[in-house]
Design a binder for this molecule. Structure first.
Ligand code: NDP
Ligand code: OXD
Length: 309
């Protein structure tokens, strides 16, 4: 039996090396694989074409190469009854913590304003605000949101989180569900969106949500672009309701060249790189899960496809 590997960016060699070190007994076949489909027991994939996994009739698990599984859940021909496992691994978490801290500190310390002043050769101090007076709100208090919250608390920010179900995390003011959304937004100066893409989160950051934030709040969008209604965000940036945004994910990726976000002076834009799965640490996590399955134990981090994450 073997594993089918379809990587995100061109990192096939790194994945082969990492997987071979952790699973020396398991042959790895890189996509596209023309051999016997019956050999494939596991798939570790990023964004396979629709229907492509349906030919592997002996699949026991599909491992998403990323934390998000929308690239799989959107496939109507995904093999039925095969567990889909999202990526939870320390390298991916560490990268997201770095990006969220970088973005929150950028807005907290007025770096967009100072960049504009630099372009205009203006020497002017803006009054600093203590971190404990800055209210950061994290939408999606899961593996990544929870880890980012912990580090922000370490920097003394006033941190809240919003999730689907009720949660408790030390130092975090927790809100949940539809009833908790507007009160959560109303106390948030810097909003970090780390929600997965689901039917419920589609377009959740819309004009109503932006209006609920304090004036000149900042947005850090790192979950999925579909959460943001881009026209509403542009309008909120134009009106000054949103003071600045760090945008890593977009409804259409790559972002079309005519998108106004490319040149917006109040936007910092990155090409969906807030974090990346790191082959060395991810292979350890995938191998541990495969060993659990072989030992007759339940797989960890299996997603609920009906819920969408
Ligand atoms: P988790 O599944 O651990 O956490 C998801 C969180 O979102 C949970 O707290 C969940 O609530 C909450 N949530 C989901 N749906 C809703 C809803 N309708 N209302 C309120 N809260 C909701 O995921 P991860 O933290 O591992 O990853 C989050 C997302 O980050 C990924 O799905 C992916 O899209 C994105 N990502 C982006 C990357 C990038 O480079 N830009 C890199 C990696 C991930 P509850 O706790 O109640 O279940
Ligand atoms: C992920 C991503 O879901 O990189 O891991 O977007």
């Amino acid at each position: 039996m073997a594993m089918l590997l379809k990587t995100d960016i061109d990192r096939g060699d790194a994945w082969h090396r990492a997987l071979r070190a952790c699973l020396p007994e398991l042959p790895i076949h890189e996509w596209p694989y023309d051999g016997d489909p019956a050999e494939i027991e596991f798939a570790l994939v990023w964004a396979p074409p629709r229907g492509a996994l349906s030919r592997y009739t002996n699949l026991r698990a599909i491992f998403s190469m990323g934390a998000g599984i929308d690239h799989l859940a959107s496939d109507p021909d995904l093999p039925k009854g095969v567990p889909v496992v999202r990526m939870v691994e320390p390298g991916l978490t560490a990268g997201m913590i770095e990006y969220v801290l970088l973005a929150v500190l950028t807005h907290h310390r007025f770096m967009l304003d100072y960049a504009a002043q630099q372009r205009a050769k203006v020497w002017r101090e803006i009054s600093q605000i203590a971190a404990n007076r800055r209210r950061v709100g994290i939408m999606g208090l899961g593996v990544l949101g929870g880890a980012a919250a912990e580090k922000l608390i370490g920097l003394d920010f006033d941190v809240a989180g919003w999730s689907r179900s009720a949660k408790a995390q030390a130092g975090v003011t927790c809100f949940h569900g539809q009833d908790g959304l507007i009160p959560f937004l109303a106390r948030t100066d810097i909003l970090v969106c780390l929600l997965p893409m689901t039917a419920e989160t589609d377009g959740i950051l819309n004009a109503r949500a932006f209006a609920a934030l304090p004036r000149r709040a900042a947005l850090v969008s790192v979950g999925r672009g579909g959460a943001v209604v881009e026209a509403d965000l542009l309008a909120a940036l134009e009106s000054g309701q949103i003071g600045g945004a760090s945008l890593d994910v977009f409804r259409q990726e790559p972002l079309p060249p005519d998108s106004p976000f490319w040149t917006h002076p109040r936007v910092i834009l990155t090409p969906h790189v807030a974090s990346m799965t790191i082959p060395d640490s991810a292979a350890v996590a995938v191998a541990a899960n495969i060993r659990r399955l072989r030992a007759g134990q339940p797989l960890e981090h299996v997603v609920d496809l009906r819920r969408g994450y």
